[in-house]
Design a protein around this ligand. Structure first.
Ligand code: CTP
Length: 399
């Protein structure tokens, strides 16, 4: 499949022994349907010839900054404007250093300096250079600029040493680029909402009813949705978890607040209800601390079922509604009941009686029950991996 059809990639090849791999990068980019223009730094010419590069890219190779041919055809500004993405592969320690300081003394560094495009960097250098503090500082700056670093990998180097610094394989580089464009597509297309964590149902200002939910699974799902390009809102009950950069976090305490926040953040394409919402709230919640001598018995009333309310909503129901079922027994029967009673599309069921896969664990083991009567039993895995599995299924379903 041509995943990069009509994508314009500007490949900058720096002078290092890994430059020979950039020929394979060009071949794969072209095979995937991309338009490729290339820049060779002066040192790169010692490792690959302009003729081999131009033969593979089927386009002109750009080398000098001030060349009357270049300038009349395409100057450094037009080159960066032309591209959808700039890839530096291999990126030497020297080029990394130059762009981190904003130096622009050749065509490659000037194009990057003049660019507002996504930049991917595939470093290649000796292990000592890779580990040098100045290289680490430079790369940190580039990450802060929003550039993405691919690799490097550990292995035997051309100089005979062993360690980190080998340029990533061309296939790995192409996968990163494919994923980037896939995410970009999703972000133009899809919005997601996730509920997570417990709720606190206050009795008085200092006492509440709650449960053991940590919120970890919901946070991981929100993270994975965001990383896959969804515009993601996370409605979270009280947890100890850190906000996720890029995810719109709405903090709530009670089930009523969670319902209101959910309604305010719909419609979306998908909603995942992973919160362990307290089923009951306290009638006549007190504004002052209740003295124990006045404490007799609690009177409770049912909270609105947020999942049920949304999945039966005429105008706000997302295309895909995913519920969770926390069960200690009869997992399948109880989950199928929830699937139909709550009118959702999938129920992700987990057995919360087991400590190693329960509320507070980093691991989970779930079964997914689908509306079309099929089911999947997934093996025990990290909650972060399970989140990716769930999000992959969401993407397939929405596409
Ligand atoms: N849920 C919700 N609002 C509630 C209660 C539950 O949105 N007031 C959602 C949960 O986020 C989850 C699903 O409903 O996606 C099932 O929650 P669970 O606690 O397993 O079931 P309950 O509906 O609370 O039923 P029971 O406690 O009887 O098992």
């Amino acid at each position: 499949m041509k995943n990069l059809n009509e994508k314009k990639i500007l490949l900058i090849i720096c002078g290092g022994i890994a430059a020979y791999k950039s020929l394979e990068v060009i071949r794969l980019l072209k095979k995937n349907g991309a338009d490729v223009k290339t820049i060779l730094t002066n040192n790169a010419k010692n490792f690959v010839t302009p003729l081999s590069v131009t033969s593979l890219s089927q386009d002109k190779v750009y080398i000098d900054l001030f060349n009357s041919d270049n300038e009349s055809e395409m100057d450094h500004i037009s080159l960066s404007r032309w591209s959808d993405l700039i890839l530096i592969a291999p990126a030497t320690a020297n080029t990394i250093s130059k762009i981190s300081f904003g130096l622009s003394d050749d065509l490659a560094s000037t194009v990057i300096f003049a660019s507002d495009k996504k930049v991917f960097i595939a470093p290649a250098m000796n292990v000592r250079m890779w580990e040098h503090q100045s290289n680490k500082d430079n790369l940190k700056k580039l990450v802060d600029f929003g550039y993405e670093i691919i690799g490097p990998e550990t292995g035997e180097m051309a100089c005979g040493e062993y360690g980190m610094g080998k340029m990533s394989e061309p296939n790995t580089i192409i996968n990163h680029i494919n994923n980037y464009f896939k995410k970009l597509e999703n972000s133009k297309k899809f919005k997601a909402l996730v509920t997570a964590g417990p709720t606190h149902e206050y009795i008085d200002p200092v006492r509440f009813i709650s449960n053991k939910s940590s919120g970890k699974q919901g946070y991981e799902i929100a993270r994975s949705l965001f990383e896959n390009g969804f515009q993601t809102t996370l409605i979270s009950g009280p947890t100890n978890l850190n906000p996720i950069k890029g995810v719109n976090l709405v903090k709530v305490k009670s089930a009523d607040e969670m319902l209101e926040a959910t309604l305010n953040n719909l419609p979306t394409d998908v909603a995942v209800f992973s919160a362990a919402v307290a089923d009951f709230k306290v009638k006549n919640q007190k504004n002052e601390k209740i003295k124990k001598k006045n404490f007799s018995e609690l009177s409770l009333e049912k909270n609105t079922d947020i999942l049920g309310h949304i999945s039966n909503h005429n105008s706000l129901r997302p295309k895909l509604v995913v519920g969770f079922a926390a069960e200690t027994n009869s997992l399948k029967n109880n989950s199928l009941k929830k699937l139909s009673e709550k009118n959702c599309d999938w129920i992700i069921a987990n057995d919360v009686s087991k400590k190693d896969i329960g509320f507070e664990s980093d691991f989970n083991k779930v079964s997914i029950f689908y509306k079309n009567n099929s089911e999947e039993n997934l093996p025990k895995m990290r909650k972060s991996n399970l989140a990716n599995e769930i999000v992959n299924r969401i993407i397939s379903q929405l596409n």
